[in-house]
Design a binder for this molecule. Structure first.
Ligand SMILES: O=C(O)CCC(=O)C(=O)O
Length: 281
């Protein structure tokens, strides 16, 4: 049995993460585990029904428990633990795969805005964005606005661009694009960003596919709205103990009814209540 390597971010790296709202991490998975994830993804992509977009492979873990091999990978959880502390839940996952030449864009947004009715406080969620393909400017890598999680931005509008993955975006007056930084990643490099960080990505018009696997986590002190949304979403205890009276699903089980209840495509969970102050930041 191979010994787990313990990933601990230095105090300097954590300080920079707290200031900027994101970081880049090298070689997240052991090479054989990364290869296994890639192969698993390629199989899923080949089996995708023709009327489903590869950018919209959201919450695949609800019907594919094998994905917990990576969502609960010890090295990934060590990285997450060094940011969130010892009590961690898997909140969500998503393959954002932009096909070559016709890949969709992701509008400027803060994840916490979309999740405001699902978890509270949503700003405490983090996303580990693991590059499956090279992710560079040319093929629509993610861009972030460093430090934007610390400023108040909560005005959104409907998206009209049919090539957009999401249907709501930050009002352009709230995004200082002159400060945007491209997050270019090699396969098996990952970025981590906080729920309040402003980020987005352009359409992929290049000949190179761009796929990332997002693994999303919360400290278990964050409250999941199981009462209202448990039929459309589930969370999973990953490490430590519950701190908020949450209900957790079983990672060995498949939950096809959850997918069915969400409906097709990028469905917002909840009733689109206006953001509370803690989610709009
Ligand atoms: O993959 C992208 O371009 C955007 C991903 C994203 O919005 C996210 O991980 O929250």
């Amino acid at each position: 049995m191979t010994k787990t390597k313990r990933v601990v971010l230095s105090e300097k790296e954590l300080e920079s993460f707290r200031d900027t709202g994101y970081l880049v991490y090298d070689q997240l998975l052991r090479p054989e585990r990364f290869e296994a994830l890639k192969e698993h993804f390629e199989r899923k992509l080949s089996a995708l029904p023709p009327d489903e977009r590869p950018e919209d492979m959201d919450v695949p873990h609800f019907t594919d428990p094998e994905l917990f091999r990576w969502l609960l990978d010890e090295d990934v959880l060590d990285l997450v633990e060094s940011i969130l502390g010892p009590d961690i839940a898997v909140f969500s996952s998503h393959f954002f795969c932009k096909p070559a030449r016709e890949g969709k864009s992701v509008p400027w947004h803060q994840d916490a805005y979309y999740w405001r009715e699902t978890i509270q406080p949503a700003t405490e969620a983090i996303t580990v964005w693991l590059a499956i393909d090279p992710s560079v400017r040319e093929n629509g890598c993610m861009h972030v606005i460093p430090g934007s999680h610390q400023v108040n931005a909560s005005r959104y509008r409907d998206v009209t661009d049919p090539r957009s993955v999401f249907d709501e975006e930050l009002d352009p007056g709230q995004v200082d694009t002159s400060k945007a930084v491209p997050v270019e990643l090699r396969p098996n490099q990952a970025s981590v960003h906080v729920g309040g960080l402003i980020h987005g990505s352009e359409a992929n018009l290049s000949p190179l596919r761009r796929c990332g696997f997002t693994m999303r986590y919360i400290p278990t002190s964050v409250r999941f709205n199981h009462e209202e949304l448990g039929h459309k979403h589930q969370i999973y205890l990953a490490r430590g103990v519950d701190r908020a009276g949450n209900v957790y699903a079983d990672p060995t089980k498949s939950y096809p009814e959850v997918i069915k209840n969400r409906g097709k495509g990028q469905s917002y969970l909840g009733t689109r209540k206006p953001p509370k102050s803690d989610t709009g930041r």
